[in-house]
Each structure stands twice: as structure tokens, then as C-alpha cells.
Ligand binder design. Structure first.
Ligand code: ZN
Length: 280
């Protein structure tokens, strides 16, 4: 059964079709732990718990939930650069022959509506589909890859361009990992909720202006290819997440950077929206 998982005030919860939320430890009499990282390590229990929602009493409206990152402490946080042709073109860079993988250090991960304290005048937006591994493994074949994915969420790969390119060759990791530069959420939506998880629409608006709009089917290296590639190098584990790259429309291409007061609204069909206010 499909599910929509949230982290409300540090506790695992599910959301039903009427946008009511249910604390998972209470709903399952302790079978699903309150800690979101422990809960997402047992996908089968989450699918089973979703079947209980129809007859259970909710804990509240989704609007009252205190949303935090659905995966608050990922073990590994991979990210993929230049994974849409349109974005590689606007960046003036060659298409990668292999996935261009870097790290967003897990300490940058924050909740879906966290404000972002800008640390420089060169911060930029990148809406991305984020894959959450549910079943780990090594040498995962592309045909099996989706079965290792617990679900999908929205991510903003906030990028300090000056820091990203401060060294040669560039060190993407640091420029992508300032405190708070990795909002994710609002929900972790189970993979089986999507008619085609390889073709999902995503958008990013800044101050009400549409800056990015594409579909994940435009990726150069699709999700199965990324999982096969990464798992061929290291063993993936439940709670690892992958930022899968951003389409064109980032600020640096037009010399536009985030400034205090800006509002970034990032949405993916079937998952939801991140709203992040930029602060000084
Ligand atoms: Zn990115």
C-alpha cells in the first residue's frame, strides 16, 4: 500500500488522503519506531501501517504538523551534477560521460520550510528530485534499482557558486554544504505512488517567478542508472539519499543570486512543496 511519510517534531508519522497525520509509534503500538531514521529502515512496516489509517484516529491536520526533514540524518548524501542536458548547456560544460557525483555533507540537511541564512552573495537555487534508499545493496542492477528505493522527496541543492568554484579543479562538496543549504521534504512519498517514477514534473519559483520547469525523464543518467553506478562503487544502505540533479534555470546562468528576503518555492508533482525564505 502506498504511503506518505513525514517527520513531525522529530517523530515518524504518516499522512492520509485527507491530509490528516498519524503518529506512527502510537498508530502501530510501537511496531514502527518514533525515530524517522529507524522507521525508514523498515519499508515493509511503513506499507503495512498505511493500511491502518482508514480506521484510526488522526493526530491532527497536516497544517498543524511541525515538519522537519523526512530523512533527518542520512548516512550518505550523494548529489549529481550536470544531469540534465539543458543545465549542462547553460553552465557551458561538457556532458559528463559518467555520472558527476559529489557530496552534500549530511549536516546541511534541514526541514522543508527552514529559512536559509545566506553566507555570501553567490548562493543559487537548484530544485531536485531526491531518492531515498530503503533497501541497501551492492552491485544493484538497473532493472532492480527501483525496488531498493523507499520513496521520493523534494530537495533544494542550494549552491554557493563562488565557493563551489573557489579551487581548481572545483570542489563542489563544500559549496553545496553550508549549514542549511539542503532543505528536503515536505514528505517522503512511497515509490509505488507514482504512475511512472522516471517521469515526474518539477518546478522552482523565486519571488513568484518561474525559474525552473522540467520533468525527471530529461535526466541524462536516470535513477536506475545512478543507483547501479553508485552501488557498483560502494554498498548503499537504508537512509542514504541521492540528489539527482537540476534542470536549467539556475541563477548563475543569468548572473542572478539569492539575496535576503527572497522566497524559493520548489515543487514536485505528487510530493509537495518546499518554501524557503532567505535571510541575511
Ligand atoms: Zn544540484
Amino acid at each position: 500500500m502506498t504511503f506518505r511519510f513525514i517527520n513531525s517534531a522529530g517523530r515518524s508519522a504518516l499522512v492520509d488522503d485527507h491530509d490528516q497525520w498519524f503518529d506512527l509509534e502510537r498508530l502501530t503500538n510501537g511496531a514502527v519506531p518514533a525515530d524517522p531514521m529507524a522507521a525508514i529502515a523498515n519499508g515493509a512496516a511503513l506499507h503495512a501501517a498505511a493500511a491502518l489509517l482508514a480506521t484510526a484516529a488522526p493526530d491532527g491536520d497536516l497544517a498543524t504538523a511541525e515538519l522537519q526533514a523526512p530523512v533527518p540524518r542520512p548516512r550518505n548524501c550523494f548529489a549529481v551534477g550536470l544531469n540534465y542536458r539543458s543545465h549542462a548547456a547553460e553552465s557551458g560544460m561538457d556532458l559528463p560521460a559518467q555520472p558527476l557525483v559529489f557530496t552534500k555533507f549530511p549536516s546541511c540537511i534541514v526541514g522543508p520550510n527552514e529559512s536559509i541564512a545566506l553566507r555570501s552573495g553567490s548562493a543559487d537555487w537548484e530544485v531536485e528530485l531526491v531518492v531515498v534508499i530503503g533497501t541497501g545493496g551492492r552491485d544493484i542492477a538497473p532493472a532492480d534499482a527501483w525496488s531498493h528505493v523507499l520513496g521520493l522527496t523534494v530537495g533544494q541543492d542550494i549552491s554557493d557558486r563562488a565557493l563551489q568554484f573557489a579551487s581548481k579543479p572545483p570542489h563542489f562538496d563544500l559549496g553545496k554544504s553550508r549549514d542549511g543549504y539542503g532543505p528536503i521534504g515536505p514528505m517522503l512519498v512511497s515509490t509505488d505512488s507514482f504512475a511512472n517514477p522516471d517521469d515526474i514534473a518539477l518546478t522552482c519559483d523565486v519571488n513568484g517567478v518561474r525559474r525552473q520547469s522540467d520533468r525527471t525523464s530529461s535526466m541524462i543518467f536516470d535513477v536506475p542508472t545512478l543507483i547501479a553506478y553508485l552501488s557498483g562503487i560502494m554498498t548503499l544502505a537504508a537512509g542514504d539519499i541521492i540528489f539527482t540533479g537540476t534542470p536549467d534555470g539556475v541563477g548563475v546562468a543569468s548572473g542572478t543570486f539569492l539575496k535576503p528576503g527572497d522566497v524559493i518555492v520548489s515543487s514536485i508533482d505528487g510530493i509537495g512543496t518546499l518554501t524557503n525564505h532567505c535571510l541575511d
